[in-house]
Design a protein around this ligand. Structure first.
Ligand code: UDP
Length: 360
């Protein structure tokens, strides 16, 4: 079978890393990188660290409005699909790269296989929600990470095309999270220079459109972080660097370490060693759960309901008091509760592709 995989953003590289290695044992994979994330720290570093095969195509498309980016990607991906004539398209998650590839393939009658099908926020102001819904509805194979994803697919009458495979992010965490020790990590500070990881620290990431549009939200998040009892390490997504640096200077921050984004091996190691985690990332809130770390997610909606069990993850608004109150809530961890699969989602994804091919 010939599979075209399209990726473009950091979390997709991580998922594709584990799936590609299994897929290539018996199938031909053509890897397309749209270019949505392009800085070394957000892209190439992941390919190097996770030994992801070099992309066969790099489309170099990033920036612009959502429509511009998605449209330009569709045009370029259509050309690749026409040239490669794959048996199916494999896409991950909820980015513009995911939607563009799915639309281009579906219009050429190439079956679309969507990993992370059924994830829903039920908030259409969340740009990724539109990508998720549209991609699921035009996909032939819906590869759900969790039982709640399967339920969402049933509700939308897509159950017949859905298979529960588990979460390849969990596979990646199992495989890669102990490769580094905290002492191996060298943070590249936004102010210049390098720093090691403090012995005790909180791990913050914040980059969603919902939290980066205005100063006031990040100010509140910083206000809360300044009051914590250990330094807060914040590897800043390129989208937010300018604002973060400016606010850090204006607010004379003392407790927050602003750094360049770290690689996945460093990030997973930081999850395992942090006191607690504050984030607006879908991936990081799951990794906090995998590691049994208390997490506060600064978003108005739940993406991964499984993580919320036993106060392991709480939503907070971008409000210092609310964030601190949620961080203080005790969590209850039930170690036999494993809603993200058994660490073998990649194998199950490839099995589901095989079965689809056999039945066509
Ligand atoms: N991550 C990373 N370096 C960082 C921050 C995060 O490797 O500096 C990892 C993190 O561990 C998780 C993934 O990136 O695996 C999450 O990606 P992101 O937050 O960009 O996207 P989302 O998961 O929200 O779609």
């Amino acid at each position: 079978m010939k599979v075209v995989t399209v990726v473009g953003a950091r979390p997709q590289f991580i998922k594709a890393a584990v799936v590609s290695h299994v897929l290539r044992r018996k199938h031909q994979e053509i890897l397309v990188h749209t270019g949505q994330h392009f800085d070394y720290n957000m892209s190439e570093k992941f390919f190097e660290e996770l030994d992801i095969p070099k992309p066969d195509y790099n489309l170099g498309i990033s920036g612009g409005t959502h429509a511009e980016m998605t449209g330009r990607m569709m045009m370029a991906i259509e050309k690749v699909l026409l040239a490669e004539k794959p048996d199916c398209l494999l896409v991950y998650g909820d980015t513009n790269s995911t939607l563009a590839a799915a639309l281009a393939a579906a219009k050429l009658h190439i079956p679309v296989c969507h990993v992370e099908a059924g994830a829903r926020t039920h908030s259409c102001t969340n740009p990724e929600e539109l990508n998720r819904i549209c991609t699921d509805h035009i996909s032939s194979l819906l590869l759900a990470s969790t039982a709640s994803g399967m339920e969402e697919m049933e509700k939308e009458n897509l159950g017949e095309r859905a298979v529960l495979v588990g979460d390849p992010m969990y596979d990646a965490f199992v495989i890669y999270s102990r490769k580094y020790k905290p002492g191996d990590i060298s943070l590249r500070l936004l102010s210049g220079g390098e720093s090691s990881i403090p012995d005790a620290f909180y791990y913050l990431t914040c980059h969603r459109e919902e939290n980066t549009g205005r100063d006031a939200d990040l100010q509140e998040i910083f206000k809360a972080m300044e009051q914590l009892d250990a330094p807060v390490v914040y590897p800043v997504h390129p989208r937010n660097q300018e604002r973060a640096k400016r606010l850090a200077a204006e607010m004379q921050l003392k407790n927050i370490v602003l750094a360049e984004p770290v690689g996945y091996l460093e990030s997973a190691c930081m999850v395992l060693n942090a006191k607690k985690i504050v984030t607006d990332s879908g991936g990081l809130q799951r990794e906090a759960f995998f590691a049994g770390k208390k997490c506060v997610t600064i978003l108005p909606f739940v993406v991964w309901p499984e993580t919320m069990a036993g106060n392991r993850n709480n939503l907070a608004s971008p409000d210092a008091e609310d964030i601190l109150a949620k961080l203080a809530l005790e969590q209850v961890v039930e170690s036999d509760y494993l809603p993200f699969g058994d660490g073998h989602a990649a194998e199950k994804i490839v099995d589901a592709l095989d079965e689809m091919a056999e039945n066509r």
